[in-house]
Ligand binder design. Structure first.
Ligand code: GAR
Length: 196
């Protein structure tokens, strides 16, 4: 089966959803959860699930993003992943990293791409008066949040929404969408998934 590494920065709820999905006849298995921050809450959740964990702290590298990415790659090479899932991984990855793992990196982003690349997606959707929001899973290229979309899930935006209430509506959809896209991707299927 395919080996999956999951990169996180925080609580790791998407990581948990992905890891829990990879059982039975699923074509992939989790081999590593890697955080850029030793405080990431998802690390404990991963070890509780019996998944190997690693930390590559970005801070000692300062502005040297290439050196941070080389360290990430060295750690990943020991796990030999076929697929790398970014799941709330809050560091931008540059050309060298993306080239090394080309075609193998997936990301989940909390907007209906191509809208709202980058940060503060829910605040921007509310500010724009959008009546729909959601999340996207895409292949990672060197263009930030710009790679081909493999799946999207939509939710309504209500007039009294705040970024927090909207995030609370989108997150459970992330937990459905990302495992569904990963299952297909691991089986070689890149047809686009739409959930609502
Ligand atoms: C998720 O909403 C994910 O889409 C978002 O961070 C959250 C992580 O939550 N990712 C980004 O904003 C990427 N730029 P989690 O740690 O509970 O999965």
């Amino acid at each position: 089966s395919k080996q999956v590494a999951i990169l996180i920065s925080g609580g790791g709820s998407n990581m948990v959803a992905l890891a829990q999905s990879m059982t039975g006849d699923h074509p992939a298995r989790p081999v590593l959860v890697l955080a850029n921050n030793a405080d990431a809450g998802g690390l404990q959740k991963a070890s509780d699930m019996g998944i190997a964990t690693a930390v590559v702290d970005h801070r000692p590298f300062g502005k040297d993003r290439a050196a941070f990415e080389a360290a990430l790659t060295r750690t990943l090479e020991q796990a030999r992943p076929d697929i790398i899932c970014l799941a709330g991984f809050m560091r931008v990855l540059g050309t060298e990293f993306v080239t090394r793992w080309q075609g193998k990196i997936l990301n989940i982003h909390p907007s209906l791409l191509p809208k709202y690349k980058g940060l503060h997606t829910h605040a921007r959707a509310i500010e724009a008066g959008d009546d729909q929001a959601g999340c996207s899973v895409h292949l990672v290229t060197a263009e930030l949040d710009g790679g081909p979309v493999l799946g999207q899930a939509r939710v309504p935006v209500f007039p009294d929404d705040t970024p927090d209430t909207l995030a609370a509506r989108v997150l459970p959809m992330e937990h459905r969408l990302y495992p569904e896209v990963l299952r297909r991707f691991a089986a070689g299927d890149q047809t686009v998934v739409n959930l609502s």
